[in-house]
Design a protein around this ligand. Structure first.
Ligand code: ATP
Length: 565
């Protein structure tokens, strides 16, 4: 799925500013550019103190709800219990793993290289890239008159184009045919525009004329987004990072950083079955870093080169697989809603038949409307019915038997036992991205309200909030700091497993609330002069700003109730 999914019919709510969200992420320590003091490195991001805890809370929520108590204890199809176990596999695997999975042969995007300046452009995004980010295009397009109503083609003024080619063009796109040989290029274009075409050329076709010195048998050419030279033919560009394991840096020692966590599960499937008393249907979950040398990393952390996945492979008998697919697809949508993405920004998109891999009986994506994809959606998670494709591939490549002996099925013997049925299980794969999950949660939580002391605040679901609560003395005297410190310690001792409890006595109380709002802390408890008299404290709710008083002895219970821990 691309990050430019088609627009849906959902009513459009105002699009939040990505710049503002990124600025808050930096200012409050959610996300930093990796190696920032060296100018950053494209496609790599670090998480600051608040971001690291937010991401951990998301990972923990996944772990708890997918592995420790899968699907909140719901029953699967036919009333079957949902059982899952964890696994942690290596980033570097034997290269034949990637041979078997098809990644070595097929995990590539088509790229076009500029023979003049060496720039690479992704073949399927060429025109998008030119229109969105080419400097020479932005300048050249100003030389066209807007199209008169009723026609699709902008008006061309040959004199202005000639002038552009001799001035700005020389600097911005020295290798564009129009710049190198303006008269010839324009004469072809004039013939096309003034000839007897069945349809007038559109702007892309005009630009392709401008990139072509002579219309020859090969037809119109595509220009480099940077210098305008004619681009080379599309060629596959491998997305896997390569390195060496061993002393000599030779082909024999070449290994790859995994592009997904899932294959580690397939190659350990037999070990998990043989060393645990677990019976099909069951799932194996794996979280961890994956690496893809994405050609155009972009949109903050959405498309990174290093990212974290949370993947489950759920193995089941082939004749139950469609039901399990539907079960997981629906649960995964419900899960994302449960942690705060409910609403019009979240959709479940079932793939069309012609989008499916040959082995798949169904695939869906959970998609979120990010500010940079709006009004379209971008993929958060894919839920795929993978049939027995992966186990078949690894069985073929390694020679290891991957069949499962199902003793609940098969012929009933006279002694009352079953012979067992051997088969390659089918697999349902809910594959989520934790970085995209964090990004969606940040975008959803970001709220602007000019009437508040903090005009920007983060409405995290309490389960995910990196700071769970703050304890403040109203003023730093009269014994209030001591009471606050005692409560702070009590809450930290009880809640440290799920997030931080903060305390702070500097600045006005309004400013301290505002700071906590920006960090997305759901509850603040304030010790004031009444606390000294009646042992009550003020609880302030982040979302409404409303305040109530509760007994200081009830604070811990109140918070446990709200956080559901
Ligand atoms: P896309 O089409 O956006 O490249 P994909 O379909 O290739 O994604 P999968 O291989 O299904 O993605 O990986 C599962 C999940 O891993 C995705 O839904 C996404 O959340 C995450 N993911 C994949 N590639 C990246 C990336 N480059 N940066 C961040 N997260 C990613």
């Amino acid at each position: 799925m691309s990050d430019h999914a088609p627009a849906s019919n959902a009513p459009a709510s105002p699009v939040k500013s990505m710049d503002a969200i990124m600025a808050l992420c930096k200012r409050r320590g959610f996300i930093y550019q990796a190696s920032e003091i060296y100018g950053g490195i494209n496609g790599f991001w670090d998480y600051g103190p608040l971001g690291a805890q937010l991401k951990k809370n998301l990972r923990d929520a996944w772990w708890q709800d997918m592995i420790m108590r899968p699907c909140w204890g719901k029953q699967g199809p036919g009333g079957r219990e949902v059982r899952c176990v964890p696994l942690e596999t290596c980033i570097v695997q034997h290269p034949r793993v990637w041979q078997a999975s098809g990644h070595l042969a097929g995990f590539a995007d088509l790229m076009r290289k500029c023979p003049k300046c060496g720039h690479f452009v992704r073949a399927d995004q060429l025109w998008d890239t030119i229109v969105q980010s080419s400097e020479w295009f932005a300048s050249l397009i100003q030389e066209f008159e807007p199209s008169p109503e009723g026609t699709q083609t902008p008006q061309m003024n040959a004199d202005r184009l000639l002038k552009w080619a001799r001035t700005k063009g020389k600097k911005l796109a020295p290798n564009l045919a129009l710049v190198r040989n303006p008269e010839v290029t324009l004469s072809w274009l004039v013939t096309r525009v003034n000839g007897q075409p069945t349809a007038p050329p559109d702007v892309i076709e005009i630009l392709r004329h401008l990139a072509t010195e002579q219309l020859n048998a090969t037809g119109l050419q595509d220009p480099c987004t940077r210098c305008g030279a004619v681009l080379g033919e599309p060629a596959p560009f491998k997305l896997m990072f390569e390195t060496w394991a061993g002393l000599t840096q030779t082909e024999d020692n070449k290994v790859y950083l995994r592009p997904e966590t899932a294959q580690g599960i397939f190659v350990q499937f037999k070990n998990v079955v043989d060393t645990n008393r677990i019976k099909i249907p069951f799932g194996i979950g794996n979280t961890g870093k994956s690496f893809r040398n994405e050609i155009t990393p972009r949109n903050f952390t959405f498309r990174s080169r290093e990212f974290e996945q949370a993947e489950l492979e759920f193995f089941c008998p082939p004749d139950e697989s469609l039901e399990w697919y539907k079960f997981w697809r629906d649960f995964r949508m419900e899960w994302w809603k449960s942690i705060g993405l409910a609403g019009e920004n979240l959709i479940l998109r079932e793939h069309e038949k012609d989008e499916l891999s040959f082995y798949s009986q169904g695939t869906s994506d959970v998609e979120y409307r990010f500010p940079f994809t709006a009004p379209g959606f971008g993929e958060l998670e894919g839920i795929a019915h993978r049939g027995n494709y992966d186990l078949t591939q690894h069985q073929k490549e390694s020679g290891a038997k991957m069949e499962y002996n199902d003793t609940e099925r098969g012929e009933l013997l006279p002694n009352g036992q079953r012979r067992g049925e051997r088969y390659l299980p089918h697999c349902i794969e809910p594959a989520a991205g934790l970085d995209r999950g964090v990004l969606a949660i940040l975008c959803e939580a970001y709220t602007k309200d000019e009437s508040r002391p903090s005009p920007e605040f983060m409405k995290f679901h309490p389960r995910l909030a990196p700071i769970k609560a703050a304890v403040f003395p109203l003023v730093a005297k009269d014994g209030m700091p001591e009471i606050a410190e005692k409560l702070h310690k009590e809450l930290t001792d009880r809640f440290w497993r799920v997030g931080a409890i903060e305390t702070d006595e500097k600045q006005t109380i309004g400013k301290r609330y505002a700071r906590m709002d920006e960090a997305g802390c759901p509850y603040c408890f304030t010790i004031d002069s009444d606390t000294l008299k009646d042992q009550t404290v003020t609880v302030r709710d982040r979302d409404t700003g409303s305040q109530e008083r509760i007994g200081i002895d009830n604070v811990s219970g109140f918070l446990a109730d709200k956080l559901q821990v």
